[in-house]
Design a protein around this ligand. Structure first.
Ligand code: AKG
Ligand code: FE2
Length: 283
């Protein structure tokens, strides 16, 4: 029996791929995180890795302790990986968790999607809350949800993300003690979901293998996205993508007066205009 706040007072909830949306939301409410085992077929992860492989060689490794000199983070995943667009960005469990955690906002969006390679020897990353990136006073609500897809197995030795279950409920000044973090071991095809307030960090890769992941972050629509997705994916690029995905990357207003385009129009209008002007461009 553990007491609140004691070391490892919670485990990371582990759910099966067919777990109900309700169960996913319940786990995240309680622990701030969960692993959905084999949420997609491992072949889908191989396909995503193959799509990203041509781009990684030119990606510089991290240049800070936080970014890690043994980590490469390759961007433009939404554009470069049709598999991400089709199978991961709008995965059923991710959307359910997103609506549950971020549904307080008028809209919520994809904020970032990068391909992570964690090389042998990379040490533990500082345990952190992703909301620190906003450099703002604490928000009264959760504003971020992460989906970290296991593109390779996540193991105790290859740097599985360490997570502190339940830490989303901690006071702002509380910090993890040694031993609070639990490795989110997960077979290829699994997804680790965690909110912006959950302490977590990449693990120490003591193996000889590269740990592969796709990190997709979703955020309340009223925040500045982590990545300039509309600059990366202008209307000509997204014209033949699924409408819901196009909205998810930011072609939608937020609240009564944010995120408009031109004469206070819905930015999706820009995609419609492109399609009308270029009817032969689409798939
Ligand atoms: O690679 C990981 O396991 C986590 C990385 C992370 O949390 C971050 O870079 O913010
Ligand atoms: Fe993080």
């Amino acid at each position: 029996m553990t007491t609140p706040g004691s070391v490892s007072s919670l485990e990371i909830p582990r759910l099966a791929a067919d777990a109900s949306d309700h169960r996913v939301c319940e786990a995240i409410t309680e622990a701030g995180c969960c692993v959905i085992e084999r949420a997609v077929d491992p072949d889908i992860m191989d396909a995503a890795a193959t799509e990203m492989a041509p781009y990684t060689a030119h990606t510089p490794r991290g240049t800070s302790d936080f970014a890690g000199s043994g980590t490469r983070r390759t961007g433009l995943v939404v554009g470069r990986s049709p598999t991400f667009r089709t199978h991961l960005a709008r995965h059923r469990a991710v959307l359910a968790a997103g609506s549950h955690i971020l549904g307080h906002a008028t809209s919520w969006k994809l904020s970032f999607a990068h391909y992570f390679e964690l090389f042998p020897g990379e040490p533990d990353q500082l345990l952190h809350r992703d909301t620190w990136k906003y450099g703002a006073p604490p928000f009264p609500v959760e504003v971020d949800l992460n989906a970290l897809w296991a593109v390779s197995d996540f193991t105790e030795t290859n740097g599985a993300t360490r997570v502190v279950p339940g830490s989303h409920l901690w006071a702002d000044d509380r910090r993890p003690e040694p031993g609070d973090a639990v490795a989110a071991v997960a077979p290829k095809g699994s997804v680790l979901l965690y909110t912006g307030l959950v302490f977590h960090g990449g693990g120490h890769n003591t193996s000889g293998d590269v740990r592969l992941a796709i990190n997709a972050q979703y955020a309340a629509g009223w925040l500045c996205p982590t990545e300039q997705l509309l600059l990366e994916y202008p209307p000509a690029v997204v014209a033949d993508w699924d409408d819901d995905l196009i909205r998810l990357i930011g072609y939608q207003p937020s609240g009564p007066a944010l995120g408009h385009w031109r004469n206070a129009e819905d930015p999706f209008t820009a995609v419609k205009e492109y399609r009308n002007a270029n009817p032969h461009d689409q798939g």
